[in-house]
Ligand binder design. Structure first.
Ligand code: ADP
Ligand code: MG
Length: 713
């Protein structure tokens, strides 16, 4: 029997009465297996004798003591028992807050095992949080000392003592003497020296040594990853299997198609190496028998759009339609304009579709889409709304894919018949996520930039030195450049409780009237209507507007090479990927560009630039600014982001099984993850049906005790 199949109710564990049952159920534990998979969050090594004189700050002492005196501190209801004890090395005071009943137990002369957190105070060694157990007459036979104890995550009224006891009982009744089956193919377990499942589950709760604990963790972590990757791999196989009879594979593999050649010849620049490699990989995928599922990642400004257009050309050339979907209307419009400029001369018929196209024009457009008179549809999520039909949608390109949910992606996919999928992102996906959440995607990475780009110079400044920043920007403007000013809020009405926060509306007025009266200023945020937005962007792009005051709507995709300054006020309020994207709006031309991250602080201000923050900055806020200052590589920033925020905040995670892992942490345990992935994929490749004797355990486990039931990859 697999561990996961021990579905007996918790009530069948010795010691679980109706009260304990209710408490466990409240904590989400209903079965024996559920309890055994409630892994400790830490372990307390009571094997290690740490005498009183040698406890170190924040660590514990674990020793045997003799009670030498009982004293009392405080008065009335605050009266508290203070026990004076000693071991071979020192004396200490145990403060028994709310435990005055210990007076009866800890009589002078009695001896105890003690484990607790100690500190120095008033010339004494003290503890007010300690565990104890009577030292048996013969000095041995302790229940909780001389071993390594699990420390469980608690909730509700659950206590460590209770969980320890119940887990111990559960192990005794259902695991120790029983046949708990191993879950990993024997050849892998032998290669890695894993513990048997039975030993591993016992040792993760009650390890006999720290070495055994480490072995148990390794075995269980690998197992979690292995099954996650098996699921991902099977998913990819199914997709390919379903596709094999739908798609003929076309001949020309990685080589450029005729239309692609023609576009490249018309460009005034050469493709970068990253772009060339990406299009080669994409072409190979698109010629293959299975639909492409590829993620194209590359830093802001690395030229992903062009790669997307090249991909579209191949589809169009073969008689299909392509869509290019962007998260904002602004960005969609920019793409549409580029498509018109670059692709129309090649005979491509592009169209632009957003929610705002008037009903008359819309009906006309839908007819052309359904009739196959449009080759490339560029737009927002309106591209997959009801009523939009395509004659032969063969390629879906999703720009800034992290802005779209999984459901949106599948809705656009459903408009075609197994279309190729190309997702693009300037927020690179950390490897740990690429292997889990996006586990069945192929990845192309553009790691170089078009030549001539200089890295953006990033500076930190406190809000109180805004004048120096504004003066700097004025010089840039005077030299003919343009600038962005970005704020976390649109207007005053949003200013709920955050007094003192600058907002876009009032700063637009102040910048125009007081600070830069000699330059033209415009204001852009999500409440500006689309037509107005378009006019503003157009004017900024032509250089008629010199200063664009905005919220994070300019975050994605907008491309104005003459802009050289990005000023982000209250920068600590923005997430890392937003900051990185915003900074990427400048430095797109050949001039040196600058990014100012301005942070708020309280009256007393630190040495600006020295990373000496004061006041309202949270630790995480500081960390983010530090990361921005020290890194320009989006790949590194994405990893840092994941470390700071944890995976829970990242789109698509919930559906992925990532959070259903128990012990394993894809970021921390990336090496195990890679190993498990390689093993799982190799097995699926060699034996897709999982029929070989050594692999049968995999299909049986997936059937009898699926590890990720509700996962939707
Ligand atoms: P992103 O990857 O951020 O979407 P874009 O596709 O918007 O980047 O490209 C940024 C700018 O770089 C555009 O103005 C584009 O025309 C230009 N560009 C793209 N590829 C090259 C290249 N190989 N050489 C020079 N400029 C390029
Ligand atoms: Mg882009």
């Amino acid at each position: 029997m697999f561990l996961g199949s021990i579905s007996r109710p918790i009530a069948s564990i010795r010691g679980v009465g109706s009260k304990a049952e209710a408490m466990l159920q409240k904590a989400g534990i209903t079965t024996v297996a559920g309890l055994l998979r409630r892994y400790p969050r830490d372990w307390e090594d009571r094997n290690q004798y740490v005498p009183l004189a040698r406890f170190s700050l924040n660590s514990r002492a674990c020793t045997t003591v003799t009670v030498i005196d009982q004293q009392w501190i405080g008065f009335g209801r605050m009266r508290t028992l203070k026990l004076i004890v000693r071991d071979e090395t020192a004396k200490a005071a145990l403060l028994c807050f709310k435990q005055n009943f210990l007076e009866k137990k800890f009589v002078p002369g009695s001896r105890w095992f003690i484990s607790g957190k100690f500190y120095h105070k008033n010339g004494e060694i003290q503890s007010s949080a300690f565990d104890y157990e009577a030292l048996g007459g013969d000095g041995g036979g302790s229940k909780s000392f001389g071993k390594i104890l699990p420390v469980y995550p608690l909730s509700g009224d659950l206590t460590q003592k209770m969980l320890r006891k119940l887990v111990e009982n559960a192990l005794e009744q259902f695991v120790n003497g029983e046949t708990v089956e191993d879950e990993i193919p024997g050849s892998i377990a032998a290669r890695e020296g894993f513990l048997s499942k039975r030993d591993a589950i016992r040792a993760i709760h009650f390890p006999l040594s720290m070495e055994e604990l480490e072995k148990a963790r390794r075995s269980l972590i690998y197992t979690e990853f292995f099954y996650l990757e098996i699921m991902i791999g099977k998913r990819a196989l199914e997709r390919k299997g379903a596709a094999a009879d739908v798609r003929p594979s076309s001949a020309a593999g990685g080589t450029l198609s005729a239309l692609q050649q023609r576009l490249i010849e018309r460009l005034s620049f050469e493709l970068t190496r990253g772009q060339r490699e990406a299009i080669t990989e994409i072409n190979a995928d698109m010629s293959g028998p299975y639909p492409m599922a590829r993620l194209l990642q590359g830093d802001v400004g690395s030229g992903k759009t062009l790669v997307a257009f090249l991909a579209c050309l191949k589809t169009i050339e073969e008689g299909g339609q392509a869509v290019l979907m962007a998260p904002t209307e602004l960005l969609a419009r920019q793409h549409a304009e580029n498509a018109a400029r670059l692709l129309e001369p090649l005979g491509v018929r592009p169209a632009f579709l957003t929610g705002n196209v008037s009903s008359q024009g819309r009906r006309e457009l839908l007819k052309r889409l359904a009739g196959g008179e449009v080759d490339l549809a560029v737009g927002t999520h309106a591209l997959f709304s009801a009523g939009v039909e395509y004659r032969a949608l063969n390629l879906v390109v999703v720009d800034e894919q992290h802005r779209f949910g999984v459901t949106q992606r599948s809705r656009i996919m459903a408009k075609g018949r197994m279309p190729d999928l190309l997702m693009m992102s300037a927020t690179p996906i950390p490897r740990s996520l690429a292997f889990t959440v996006f586990g069945d995607l192929e990845v192309s990475s553009i790691r170089d930039m078009p030549p001539g780009r200089k890295p953006v110079k990033t500076h930190l400044a406190s809000q109180s030195s805004e004048k120096r920043v504004y003066d700097f920007v004025r010089r840039e403007l005077a030299a003919g450049r343009q600038a962005y000013f970005v704020y976390p809020l649109i207007g005053d009405d949003e200013n709920t409780g955050d007094s003192g926060l600058k907002n876009a509306v009032s700063m637009a007025e102040r910048l125009a009237a007081e600070i830069f009266p000699e330059f033209s200023t415009a204001l852009l945020h999500s409440r500006v209507d689309e037509e107005e937005k378009r006019r503003i962007m157009e004017s900024f792009r032509r250089g008629e507007t010199r200063i664009l005051v905005a919220t994070s709507v300019v975050e994605v995709g907008v491309d104005v090479p003459n802009a050289s300054c990005m000023v982000i006020e209250h920068a600590e309020r923005f997430g890392l990927s937003a900051l990185h994207q915003l900074r990427g709006r400048v430095g797109r031309g050949s001039e040196q560009a600058y990014c100012f991250l301005m942070y708020s602080e309280q009256a007393k201000h630190g040495n600006e630039g020295q990373l000496n923050f004061r006041g309202s900055l949270t630790e995480e806020g500081k960390q983010r600014l530090r990361v921005m200052l020290e890194n320009s590589d989006g790949f590194v920033i994405a990893e840092e982001d994941l470390k700071l925020r944890g995976p829970g905040q990242i789109a698509g995670i919930e559906q992925s099984g990532y959070l259903k892992l128990g012990l394993a942490d894809p970021v921390r345990d990336i090496r195990e993850l890679i190993k498990a992935r390689e093993d799982a994929f190799a097995i699926l490749q060699q034996d897709p049906g999982l029929l070989l004797p050594d692999h049968r355990v995999i299909s049986r486990l997936m059937e009898e005790a699926p590890p990720f039931e509700e996962v939707n990859l």
